[in-house]
Design a protein around this ligand. Structure first.
Ligand SMILES: Nc1ncnc2c1ncn2[C@@H]1O[C@H](COP(=O)(O)OP(=O)(O)O)[C@@H](O)[C@H]1O
Ligand SMILES: O=P(O)(O)OC[C@H](O)CO
Length: 500
């Protein structure tokens, strides 16, 4: 039997396809960036056709790099940037508009209205989410209200909504399957995470017709087979999970109390809270970690919108460096005497502040501040925000929690950043050998379902540490830095955030 598994990892800035062999080793990779569209201030869009083209190209490239053909692949697992909303025509498969990306803030007014009308409590109780433009529901409402004829066509059942996983599944199966998985569904703000179904009251509240929505399956399930025209032979699609959920699996955080944090465009910390939902009193999200064999495992999640994106801004916007990798060495050379603090609220602030209208700010500049101090400020901002999230998690979670944080994502290649993270958290930070944990998690879902990969225990035993970063900073220095950060955040908050 074919023992290889293909993971499609459709991220915010690039699409990756990775072939894993039976020993979870990477056999071939395809990667492609695609354009980020910023039509107005605070708006972020992707062209779904560019996403689709990049996925097909990278799958073919990964197969070619591994010198394999489709018949060698036992199954495909899909993982994706979450919340990003696509609506397409069921007859032609053509999107009716660009995808509205998770970072997009255009629906801040609608969110404020929902809060003013008193809907926040119901939404939190059912979905575990806070009211914020981040989630798909208000993006769907915007598309239905702003694309001519969309609402009428949606009500007539002519249109389909999906997060990116669902759109890709539709295309991969040649327009035969309209489905998603529980982890992606739970990020729409329309899904009841305890009843495990689309919620009629929320659909009415947001004006979303039921006919638009996909079927919701477990993360490991029969999602259909690929159209033979794509890769030669049809390949079964057996795994699906939003990228942060897939990373939680890929990091083998199967035990309640284990936490992973992923540092890509944004940063997302996820704490496994077991099969009973943990309600947050500290403005974290209560979300589905994964759903397997009909059993839901829950998580607390802290979501930060800008992590590596701040490094991209230094590189592409300010042109302070040519490559993201230069940021660590630059930070290491920064002047210790200068306390330059960057609050990268370029698209508002996520957890635990949820301030859609805050915008970025930099404090502590002097005539001596330069590119190195900016680089350090951008990298430290990620560490400070993680500290805020873990602090909120510790206050919410009463169960036992491991002090160690498992990390992954593009930014963790930076040793300087990981050391500073351990210093600011005053806790060890573990970097695994396989950094492609998001893709690995999606591959595990598919490979296990196909019967070619082991279950949780066998898979967890394959997790190997590459390097542990131990905290070295003095408590005084750490306290001083965290104090400067808290002060900077306070000064950056908008006075009229929907959630106050
Ligand atoms: N060595 C590095 N140091 C700091 N930041 C980095 C480094 N390498 C990559 N990054 C940042 O990580 C991000 C890419 O990570 P990735 O996990 O591929 O993101 P995504 O899945 O969101 O597209 C980019 O924003 C980039 O700026
Ligand atoms: O593309 P990433 O890795 O930044 O992840 C995006 C998240 O899923 C958004 O919620």
């Amino acid at each position: 039997m074919a023992g290889y598994v293909l993971a499609i990892d459709q991220g915010t800035t690039s699409s990756r396809a990775i072939v894993f062999d039976g020993a979870f080793r990477i056999a071939g990779v395809g990667q492609q960036e695609f354009p980020q569209l910023f039509p107005r201030s605070g708006w972020v869009e992707h062209d779904p056709e560019a996403i689709w083209a990049s996925v097909v190209d990278t799958c073919r490239a990964a197969l070619a790099k591994a010198s394999l053909s489709a018949s060698d692949i036992a199954a495909i697992g899909i993982t994706n940037q979450r919340e990003t909303a696509v609506i397409w025509d069921r007859a032609t498969g053509a999107p009716i508009h660009n995808a509205i990306v998770w970072q997009d803030r255009r629906t801040a007014d609608l969110c404020r209205r929902l809060v003013e009308e008193g809907a926040a409590e119901t939404i939190a109780a059912k979905t575990g989410l806070v009211v914020d433009p981040y989630f798909s529901a208000t993006k769907i409402a915007w598309l239905l209200d702003n694309v001519p004829g969309a609402r009428r066509r949606a009500e007539a059942g002519e249109l389909a909504f999906g997060t990116v996983d669902s759109f890709l599944l539709w295309r991969l199966t040649g327009g035969r399957v309209h489905a998603t998985d529980a982890t992606n569904a739970c990020r729409t703000m329309l899904f009841d995470i305890e009843a495990n179904e689309w919620d009629e009251e929320l659909l009415r509240l947001l004006g979303v017709p039921r006919a638009l929505l996909p079927e919701v399956k477990d993360c490991a399930a029969e999602f259909g087979t690929t159209d033979p025209a794509l890769f030669g032979t049809p390949i079964p699609i057996l795994g699906m999970a939003g990228d942060q959920h897939a990373a939680t699996l890929g990091q083998a955080c199967f035990t309640p109390g284990m936490t992973k944090s992923t540092y890509g465009t944004g940063c997302f910390a996820v704490l496994n809270t077991g099969t009973t939902r943990c309600h947050s009193k500290n403005r974290l999200l209560s979300t589905i970690a994964y759903r397997l064999d009909g059993v839901t495992t829950y998580a607390l999640e802290g979501s930060i919108f800008i992590a590596g994106a701040a490094v991209q801004w230094l590189r592409d916007g300010l042109k302070l460096m040519e490559r993201a990798e230069q940021s660590g060495p630059m930070a290491a050379s920064a002047d210790e005497a200068q306390d330059v603090v960057l609050v990268p609220a370029f698209v508002g602030l996520g957890a635990p502040h949820w301030d859609a209208e805050a915008r970025g700010a930099i404090y502590g500049l002097t005539r001596n501040s330069g590119p190195n101090e900016f680089a350090r400020a951008a990298l430290e901002a990620v560490c400070f925000q993680t500290a805020d999230l873990l602090d909120a998690m510790r206050r919410d979670w009463r169960g036992e929690a491991s002090m160690v944080l498992r990390v992954d994502g593009g930014m963790v290649a930076s040793d300087w950043t990981m050391q500073r993270l351990a210093d600011i958290l005053a806790a060890p930070v573990d970097r695994p050998v396989v950094l492609e944990t998001t893709a690995l998690g999606a591959a595990w879902l598919a490979g296990h379902k196909a019967g070619v990969w082991p279950g949780r225990e066998g898979f967890a035993a394959s997790w190997h540490l590459e390097r542990r970063f131990e905290p070295q900073m003095s408590p005084v220095e750490r306290g001083r830095k965290l104090g400067a950060w808290a002060d900077a955040v306070r000064r950056t908050r908008s006075t009229h955030s929907p959630l106050g």
